[in-house]
Design a protein around this ligand. Structure first.
Ligand SMILES: Cc1cc2nc3c(=O)[nH]c(=O)nc-3n(C[C@H](O)[C@H](O)[C@H](O)COP(=O)(O)OP(=O)(O)OC[C@H]3O[C@@H](n4cnc5c(N)ncnc54)[C@H](O)[C@@H]3O)c2cc1C
Length: 423
């Protein structure tokens, strides 16, 4: 039987699943990676549940949706729309439309769940995102907004033994993959998760990105009162308030270039952009035709997700507008080009090949050329030299150039052929 020492840590995406499932508490996350801190009893549960090594799409599509066939770019779905939290305070507090928070608040109010697994900011160290179980409306509200940083969310599933009642679970694709594997194993605490709500994920960054921006702000961590990655009006930006009322703000699309510098290596070979195995997935609606002010794209995937969505609409927790897969694909064309169409190219170039059992979407010459060049750009940006050099420049200089490049890529990728495909 394979166990911890057989896990290829180069494929680890730091989701924390192995920590939660270890019956002897022998694994801990240290510096972002799981390490053995006590003797291992060789039970193999960590290996079996690890979504980093393998996560077979056809098998999980069949298990969750009843069919191995799914859209090659956005996964299996029942329906797609855009929405916003109906409550203005929740809408403003959310990263895009506040839909995730509105759904969780509705579930709590109706008594359908007793808590939600969410990521808030650490109370003592407000520059560190931290997973917690929110059992009150206030705690759910406080945890709204995206934290562009790696958080081993699944670690907390190991602490649910004493928790009474059902939970909703919010996570990135890697977290949901781990959850689904725990569910498949029939692991006790996975049974407490009633709803899996997933957020889209184009890029994530390691902790150095936050430290980089704090350094650029010339603020001591100890002086920070609050830190947000999507603070201010939509789409928001990296925002720090200090205890003595100083403020620092960089628009999201300006600091996006840090994605290239601090994207974890493993994330470069992740093929899941829209959280394809959640009950319901939520992302930003970047579509130009939507009025400004923040909308979420919602992909309803499972019957459970549909039940949750219908209830939220009926209860007036969220308001929605019709959309469809072409709307979603249009809004995310730049990320489909990079994440979905480039994943196998990067896997080959990096010699890192987690087993997803998928055939990537078809690509033409230009798309392949873009992805090879983009890979080499990322490889350069991740070097110490590049990080040092960019550290000398004001964030707004490369950031503004990056913002324009992103917008060109979006326009070009949108005008490309919209290939419809199933795997
Ligand atoms: C790292 C990251 C990358 C993303 N990339 C994209 C992208 O490329 N394209 C896109 O359309 N959308 C992306 N998103 C999703 C997007 O930023 C919003 O989270 C999504 O639109 C939901 O918005 P909302 O207003 O409905 O959610 P909110 O009401 O603001 O709720 C957000 C929820 O996400 C949870 N959360 C926040 N950070 C994390 C985290 N690091 N790990 C796990 N859970 C977390 C919070 O607990 C909260 O419950 C990303 C999110 C993250 C965290």
């Amino acid at each position: 039987m394979k166990h911890f020492k057989d896990i290829n840590l180069k494929l680890c995406h730091s989701c924390g699943t192995c920590v939660s499932v270890c019956p002897t508490g022998s694994i801990a996350m240290l510096d972002g990676l799981p390490k053995l801190i006590k003797e291992c009893n060789g039970c193999g549960l960590c290996y079996e549940s690890c979504p980093g090594i393998e996560f077979k799409y056809p098998e999980f599509n069949k298990r969750i949706f009843g069919t191995p066939e799914a859209d090659n770019e956005i996964g299996y779905y029942h329906s797609i729309c855009v929405g916003q939290a109906a409550n203005e305070a929740v809408h403003r507090k959310g990263a895009s439309g506040g839909v995730v928070t509105a759904l969780l608040l509705g579930l709590l109010k109706r008594g359908e769940i007793s808590g939600a697994v969410v990521v808030g900011m650490d109370r003592e160290h407000p520059w560190i995102p931290k997973v917690r179980i929110a059992t009150s409306e206030n705690a759910v509200f406080e945890a709204a907004k995206s934290k562009y940083s790696m958080v081993p969310v699944n670690e907390i599933l190991g602490n649910l033994d004493a928790f009474k009642g059902d939970l909703a679970f919010v996570g990135l694709p890697c977290h949901i993959h781990g959850m689904r594997k725990l569910e498949r194993m029939g692991w006790k605490n996975a049974k407490k998760i009633k709803y899996c709500i997933g957020t889209f994920c184009g890029f994530n960054m390691d902790r150095r990105a936050t430290d980089f921006l704090i350094r650029k702000a010339r603020i001591n961590k100890e002086d920070i009162e609050s830190l947000e990655y999507r603070g201010g009006d939509w789409p928001g930006g990296f925002s720090i308030k200090t205890k003595d009322s100083r403020r620092f703000f960089v628009e999201k699309h300006v600091y996006n270039y840090l994605n290239l510098m601090f994207v974890p290596r493993r994330c470069l070979v992740c093929p899941d952009l829209t959280n394809e195995f959640a009950d319901l997935s939520v992302g930003d609606a970047w579509n130009k035709d939507l009025s400004p002010g923040g909308w979420s794209t919602i992909a309803v995937r499972t019957p459970k997700g549909k039940g949750l969505f219908d209830c939220a609409v009926k209860a007036g927790d969220i308001k929605v507008k019709g959309s469809d897969k072409s709307g979603l694909k249009e809004g995310h064309s730049h990320l489909i080009l990079y994440k979905k169409k480039g994943v196998s190219i990067r896997a080959r170039l990096m010699g890192l090949d987690p087993d997803f059992g998928i055939h990537p979407p078809g690509t033409d010459f230009n798309e392949r050329a873009f992805n090879v060049l983009f890979f080499y750009l990322i490889s350069f940006m991740r070097t110490r030299l590049a990080i040092f050099l960019f550290g000398l420049l004001p964030v707004r200089l490369p950031g503004t150039v990056g913002k324009h490049v992103r917008s060109i890529i979006s326009t070009v990728s949108r005008s490309g052929k919209n290939k419809d495909s199933v795997r």
